[in-house]
Ligand binder design. Structure first.
Ligand SMILES: Cc1cc2nc3c(=O)[nH]c(=O)nc-3n(C[C@H](O)[C@H](O)[C@H](O)COP(=O)(O)OP(=O)(O)OC[C@H]3O[C@@H](n4cnc5c(N)ncnc54)[C@H](O)[C@@H]3O)c2cc1C
Length: 421
């Protein structure tokens, strides 16, 4: 019986172990934490948004033609839903996002634990892997060699174990308090792999703009567009959360995938917020003119303008926009066509300079990781026979909405099946 070891007891490692044992292997998961699936418990605010009904491959960082697209297509969201159902877990879909019906991450964890128990997968917890060694020396592993390659896995406490096939599913560097601190990259490098530069993504974005920071506590639905050196790169819509350091919310997390790297490289990055994306500039200008006429536009006070705007958008944002238009302590507002144009611009194109992104300690996902050009569609290393990868340790990331967990589950399934052969 083939002996398969899986390093990492996250969603990718657990699914790899399940798949490998289902395919007949003797499987052991090695997890450094006292228990497996620690990060899973935090996902989806504790509800675990485990997949998405609209699982387009374009949502992932790899090119749509990359062989990993086939992994997502083979193990799609219906496959995962059915697998959970077969193992006793009801699910539901809300706006295409998939959750356990209980709305509790514990249910997903318990279902996965039952699946492992049914397959008699061994789980070793509280042991950190510090090194892996293939029995074929590093020069010969790069040759397409058909001889079996055994691994020795060394632990922090000095002990070691051996296996015929090894799956690295150690996650990335995001949220290291859950155990994934980038240790897997070192293991991959030991096997000759290149690891691309890593950045925290799906994370908050910071600004030093005091006016924007004064909005701390405001939550408001709008559209955000990200600009790098004055070029628009991506836009998203949803609830924007203003905090004491900058911006948060799912749409902000999504655009952080495009800004983290340029921010670190020193590019000029800003976000433009459209507070009324459902209105065109013309519609908005016409409406504003009407409201200003009704208010007696030749003698309009700042308070009255603020009152008009606060019925259209959030009152706090309206206050800031009026301050930007008129300055502090202004009494009367001069209303002209130019004033209306400026108001429309402030409402639909409110620019916020971004100074930094949050650190790995609070980020949900890592961008970068094990170079995917060195890993085949079966999730096997192209450099080291019988070595496999699954989940976030690879240079694969996606937007919010269940895509990252789905990648962990789908790539885990593929890696486990392949490793057991
Ligand atoms: C707060 C938060 C909320 C999230 N919400 C969602 C969501 O709702 N939907 C979604 O799709 N994604 C979400 N994500 C992202 C998702 O959780 C990850 O993409 C996913 O967990 C990656 O799975 P993984 O198995 O590859 O890695 P991980 O879950 O990070 O698991 C890796 C495991 O390997 C272990 N390990 C690491 N190194 C070693 C070592 N040397 N020896 C032994 N063990 C080791 C770690 O302790 C860890 O248990 C969220 C992330 C966070 C932080």
């Amino acid at each position: 019986m083939k002996k398969v070891c899986v390093i990492g007891g996250g969603p990718a490692g657990v699914m790899s172990a399940y798949a490998a044992s289902l395919s007949g292997a003797d499987v052991t998961i090695i997890e450094r934490n006292p228990e497996i699936l620690k990060k899973l418990m935090l996902t989806g605010n504790g509800k675990c948004n485990y997949s998405n009904a609209d699982l387009s491959v374009e949502s992932y960082s790899f090119d749509a033609n990359h062989p990993f697209s086939n992994v997502i297509k083979e193990y799609d969201s219906t496959w995962l839903e059915n697998l959970f159902l077969q193992n006793g877990m009801y699910t539901y879909v809300k706006d295409s996002l998939k959750y356990p019906r209980s709305e509790k991450a514990e249910t997903v964890r318990d279902t996965l634990m039952d699946m492992l128990a049914k397959q008699k997968v061994s789980i070793i917890t509280g042991k950190k892997v510090t090194s892996i060694k293939s029995s074929i020396d590093s020069d010969s592993v790069k040759v397409d060699n058909n001889s079996a390659c055994e691994f020795t896995i060394s632990f922090e406490d000095g002990s070691a174990m051996e296996c015929d096939a090894l799956i690295i599913a150690t996650g990335g560097k995001a949220y290291p308090s859950t155990g994934s601190d980038g240790a897997g990259y070192r293991l991959a490098r030991e096997a000759g792999h290149n690891v691309t530069f890593t950045y925290p993504v799906l994370t908050r974005l910071f600004t030093e703009d005091k006016d924007v920071l004064s909005l701390s506590g405001v939550r408001y639905k709008g559209r955000v567009s990200a600009y790098i050196d004055d070029k628009e790169v991506i836009e998203d819509e949803g609830e924007i959360q203003f905090t004491d350091k900058g911006l948060s919310g799912i749409c902000v997390f999504n655009i952080s995938r495009y800004l983290s790297k340029p921010i670190e490289e020193g590019a000029s990055c800003f976000i433009s917020v459209d507070f009324l994306p459902e209105k065109s500039d013309c519609e908005l200008a016409e409406y504003l003119r009407k409201r200003l006429d009704l208010a007696g536009k030749d003698d309009i006070k700042v308070d009255a303008l603020e009152d008009i705007l606060s019925k259209m958008i959030s009152a706090k944002i309206a206050g800031l926009i009026v301050e930007k238009l008129c300055g502090k302590n202004a009494g009367k507002v001069e209303i002209s066509d130019d004033t209306v144009t400026k108001l429309v611009n402030l409402i639909t194109d409110f620019k916020i300079k971004i100074s930094a992104h949050d650190s790995f300690s609070a980020a949900q996902v890592t961008k970068g990781g094990v170079d995917i050009s060195e890993v085949s569609e079966t999730m096997e290393s192209k450099l080291c026979k019988n070595l496999y990868f699954a989940g976030e340790v690879l240079d694969v990331d996606a937007k919010c909405g269940g895509y990252n967990l789905h990648w962990a589950f789908a790539s885990g399934m593929k890696a486990g099946e392949s490793a057991a052969k």
